[in-house]
Design a protein around this ligand. Structure first.
Ligand SMILES: [Fe+2]
Ligand SMILES: [Fe+2]
Length: 271
């Protein structure tokens, strides 16, 4: 299976770049399954229903959120009706929406997409490790599902690497989101799970993690509330990872980073 995961689309610049790039990336890389994190699509905070609909229309099979899941309240009824929009599975029981979904992929295959959120320097949620293990116990990689994609939304690279190793051999891909900086540690772990600690954001990198740099920088100089943060509006770099898996085992054959447009060094998987 050919899988594309795209990291946090930030603001108008990010979401428009993702919408414009997705059809091209899907075609160029012959993508079977595309997952996009869009927790920052709405002016940096949350996701509005019309933006989610546009992202799905552009070719996202599944959209994931994160700690900004509820910043736009209108998403609450929408997530209840749209199972392909995920929020982290380790929110408390009773939280709207779901943390995982099984989708049909061309060729009669099925894929599980799941999101969990880390706890180091993040809100105190239920345990993402135990929650993920419980969810994975319902499926068999290479059996009931041909691939399993996990978005681990977390701040600390230590927690992300520990999470990757915890599920090595049980899922096709563990990719981090939330830090908004692409990491260069993409690899296939010893038991066959593709891993990258962070996909990076899809946004303007002449910024502070996607937000206009002047106001965001002053927050560090002056420890007092300053200007409202707003997304940087320059050309976005669409960042993500491409993974190819073996349908028989569900394990990864290769993982390569994707960086298209904007300021970052460009990279595209070779065919
Ligand atoms: Fe984010
Ligand atoms: Fe986040």
């Amino acid at each position: 299976m050919r899988i594309l995961f795209v990291g946090d689309a930030v603001g108008r610049s990010g979401r428009e770049a993702v919408a414009a790039s997705l059809p091209k990336l899907r075609e160029a890389l012959r993508i079977d399954l595309a997952v996009v994190n869009a927790e920052n699509a709405s002016h940096g905070f949350g996701l509005a229903p019309d933006m989610a609909a546009a992202m799905f229309a552009a070719g996202a099979d599944v959209i994931t959120l994160g700690n900004h899941a509820w910043d736009r309240k209108e998403i609450i009824p929408y997530i209840a009706e749209n199972p392909r929009l995920l929020r982290p599975l380790n929110y408390p029981p009773g939280t709207p929406g779901a943390g995982s979904v099984v989708v049909e992929v061309p060729g009669g295959r099925r894929a599980l997409v799941l999101q969990a959120m880390g706890r180091l320097y993040m809100d105190a949620l239920d345990c993402p490790f135990r929650g993920t293990a419980q969810e994975l116990a319902k499926y068999r990689l290479g059996g009931t599902v041909a691939a399993i994609v996990v978005d681990f939304h977390a701040e600390a690279s230590s927690e992300k690497m520990a999470f990757g190793h915890s599920f090595d051999g049980q899922v096709s891909l563990v990719v981090g989101t939330h830090t908004h900086c692409p990491s260069a540690d993409h690899q296939i772990l010893p038991r066959g799970t593709a891993f990258q600690s962070d996909a990076g954001m899809s946004g303007d990198y002449d910024s502070v993690i996607g937000m206009a740099k002047d106001a965001a920088t002053m927050r560090f100089w002056r420890k007092m509330p300053g200007e409202r943060l707003a997304p940087a509006e320059g050309e976005a770099t669409v960042c993500g990872v491409f993974v190819e898996t073996d349908d028989a085992t569900g394990l990864a054959l290769r993982i390569e980073p994707v960086r298209v447009g904007g300021r970052l060094a460009q990279t595209m998987p070779a065919g």
